[in-house]
Ligand binder design. Sequence first.
Ligand code: COA
Length: 309
Amino acid sequence: MTRATIAGLGTAVGHRVVTNHDLAESLDTSDEWIVERTGIHERRIGGSCLELGAQAARLALNEADVDAADLDLIICATCTPDQVFPAVANRVQQELGAVCGAFDLNAACSGFTYAVTLAQSQIAAGMERVLVVGVDTLSRFTDWEDRTTAILFGDGAGAVVMTAAQNEDRGVLSTFMGSEGRFADLLVCDFGDYIRMDGKEVFRQAVRVMVAASRRVLEDAGLEASDVSVVIPHQANLRIIESAMKRLGVAQDRAATVLEVTGNTSSASIPLAMNAAREKGAISDDDIVLLVGFGAGMSVAAALLRWGQ
Ligand code: COA
């Protein structure tokens, strides 16, 4: 089977930095409380999904040395589109000058990993170049007077160009897409309303589904947790990541994080963390890289890759 691999990566974040200290000026909270419970120090706010998504996509195309006109498909993972329709993906397509099919996918914070899974299947079916964009502007749906949610979220985008791996051992090894609709009421954003959640229960279920999805893709690829070089988890809360890593039996320093400076950017969080890990030199060719996302739904998805072209 042809495996898809990441040929280019690009990111973008909101232009305005909002620190915990900024939030503590208007909310009954503190930098200490937020850092202790979440690991977040600041978040970036601003920009539309189109602006952030197109910016990240251009960087990814540039790095992959792929012309937008040569793309076969654009999948945009988002749960905060700029409009009900058209899809963000259609606007991004126009902005880039692409001529291929384009659609949005909403799997909340699991969206990016769901989209990587679909890109893998389309490349296995014969497509050559698929652009995956994860973008969310959660600040527009955040109640800035609610200290239980306002501390968590930020705006951002990450994009990858996926192509067929030249080396047949590299690329996507296994994928998993899951949903537990019985937990759909734990994290909700109704039309005209803000994000509402049962934080404690989301925390508990998130750890469980992340570990189960990770084990599943490892098993499907015939690998062990000890084979994983880098875990790139959804960036919701450092404590969730730490609990999941512990249960999975992977050393904490193998988890890529960026939430310290971005907050939870939903569909953008995994590519943003991937970029941060890469900038630190933490990912090398042939490394086994585990992407694992979870979110409202409750949705969960994982993808295991052997890094490199
Ligand atoms: N600053 C100070 N105090 C706060 C606060 C804040 N920002 N937010 C809540 N509190 C208070 C609560 O009111 C509560 O006070 P009480 O004991 O007097 O009632 C106390 O802190 C503990 O609240 P609790 O909700 O039990 O805290 P927690 O340890 O569960 O942490 C979250 C809250 C939101 C940080 C945590 O539950 C979490 O991150 N959950 C996952 C949410 C998530 O990731 N959602 C997106 C998934 S994609």
